[in-house]
Design a protein around this ligand. Structure first.
Ligand code: HEC
Length: 208
């Protein structure tokens, strides 16, 4: 799925060189067209997902470098979207969280077989983070989460921060590279609470 889009973008960028700078709008329209026509597979993959909200627009326009004022606006707006689990129980079950952290299932639209919409989704967190030191297939776009509570402790504030961060990464870092898992409806509040437990429970392998 990624490849055709990347190839298209490369073409657009090459073509862009030949165009006058004030053709930016035409290029943008072409990019939008390629993305919207290249992104149609998947069960219940509504094209609504392609529409940028105000936050993503600002991030695109500023190439992820919002001004201080823009960043403040984004963080306030994103924070206001956060929903909490039943009874404000932000600390779930670390064993379930381990599973959610690991699995990449859900909302993928690959050419082989798009994910079915009715299976529980995962966070694919290892794509960007290290966590359980035994897991070697881990990425480094995000910082290491190994030994999470050694650095941060596991006070109520840390639990709340971790929950909010995973629900909506941009409530703390405007234009973060981390997806807004709760905000985008990828993970439920309960799944996020389980992820919090995976990170802050002293019994979790993350903290061993
Ligand atoms: C596409 C990459 C990416 C994915 C996937 C991702 N993250 Fe992140 N994450 C980041 C980046 C980059 C940062 C640092 C910048 C920031 O704080 O927004 C970060 C920061 C964090 C932080 C804050 C760490 C701190 O030092 O305070 C937590 C907690 C976190 N991620 C948890 C998760 C969890 C749990 C998942 C899976 C549900 C996840 N991340 C998936 C990229 C990612």
């Amino acid at each position: 799925m990624k490849k055709p889009i990347l190839a298209s973008l490369a073409l657009i960028i090459l073509a862009g060189g030949a165009w006058a700078a004030d053709d930016d709008k035409a290029i943008q329209a072409l990019v939008d067209q390629y993305i919207s026509t290249g992104y149609q597979q998947g069960e219940k993959q509504h094209s609504e997902r392609l529409k940028q909200d105000e936050t993503l627009k600002t991030c695109s326009e500023t190439r992820n470098k919002p001004s201080d004022d823009q960043a403040k606006t984004i963080m306030e707006r994103e924070k206001a979207t956060i929903k909490y689990p039943e009874g404000n129980k932000m600390l779930g079950n670390w064993e379930k969280g381990k599973e959610v952290f690991n699995t990449g299932f859900g909302m993928r639209v690959g050419v082989i077989a798009p994910d079915k919409a009715d299976k529980p989704r995962g966070g694919n967190c290892y794509a960007c983070h290290t966590a359980d030191p035994k897991e070697v297939a881990a990425g480094n776009i995000g910082n290491s989460l190994t030994g999470y509570i050694k650095v941060r402790g596991n006070s109520e504030e840390v639990v709340k921060y971790t929950y909010e961060k995973i629900f909506n990464s941009q409530s703390y870092v405007a234009c973060s590279n981390m997806p807004r898992f709760g905000h985008n409806g990828v993970l439920s509040p309960e799944q996020i609470a389980d992820l919090v437990a995976f990170l802050v429970d002293p019994a979790s392998p993350v903290n061993k």
